[in-house]
Design a binder for this molecule. Structure first.
Ligand SMILES: Cc1cc2nc3c(=O)[nH]c(=O)nc-3n(C[C@H](O)[C@H](O)[C@H](O)COP(=O)(O)O)c2cc1C
Length: 199
């Protein structure tokens, strides 16, 4: 709940009123990042439009190269369509009763021109991580399931949803009320860290 308040605060653009509040906000945000986990089983309970809007607001708050924001978000709330996605793409976990599914996409018409164009993948990935973190802060479960660069999976979704050619789906993120509580993985490894070069 504290983390949800922190998100709401940021969404309203209100500065923290005092030092204690900013320390609490810091703790809540870090705890949220460190306890996020992929959730793949859902209760089937629906979530509100307000919750969907907040998730989209969090996604679009992500950084993007030269602030191009080269993204589009398809929100699937229709149960039949969610089931179709689940049938076509079992790894998307859409057959596990999510409330809805988000499909963060690259909008190539907004991407940087030329060889830097592929930055859209980084930008939409940042938006997807924001979406996952916001879902976790709101007590919801979610999982990033990959499409791009698997052209077969991406083409399946493009066809199923009638996406124009310049809209490239990056992943499917089913979101819902968790029906499981997977253990948080501690992924901190000293071996991955190198100060001042490859030492
Ligand atoms: C690019 C990418 C593709 C992924 N694809 C799938 C997928 O197709 N199905 C799935 O269940 N999880 C998928 N995941 C979730 C990962 O399996 C998960 O993040 C990883 O096991 C670490 O677990 P955690 O998210 O609980 O920390 C994907 C994650 C990423 C970043």
């Amino acid at each position: 709940m504290a983390a949800l308040c922190a998100i709401a605060l940021i969404a309203c653009n209100k500065p923290a009123e005092n030092m204690n509040e900013s320390v609490n906000k810091q703790d809540a945000v870090l705890e949220n990042i460190l306890t996020r986990v992929s959730v793949r089983q859902f209760t089937g309970e629906k979530i509100s439009q307000e919750q969907i809007d907040l998730l989209l607001r969090a996604a679009m708050a992500a950084p993007s190269a030269i602030n191009r924001q080269p993204w589009a978000f398809i929100v699937i709330t229709d149960d039949q369509l969610i089931n179709k996605l689940g049938e076509a793409l079992p790894y998307s976990r859409c057959n596990n009763h999510p409330a809805c599914a988000f499909i963060p996409c690259g909008d190539l018409s907004k991407a940087i021109e030329g060889e830097m164009g592929a930055f859209w993948i980084n930008d939409v990935s940042a938006a997807t991580e924001n979406l996952l973190l916001a879902a976790h802060a709101m007590g919801l479960g979610a999982v990033w399931t990959g499409l791009h660069p698997d052209m077969k999976r991406a083409a399946l979704v493009q066809q199923l949803l009638g996406l124009p050619e310049h809209i490239v789906p990056l992943c499917v993120v089913p979101v819902g009320v968790p029906a499981e509580q997977p253990e948080v993985k501690d992924k901190f490894k000293m071996e991955n860290i190198h100060y001042n070069g490859w030492n």
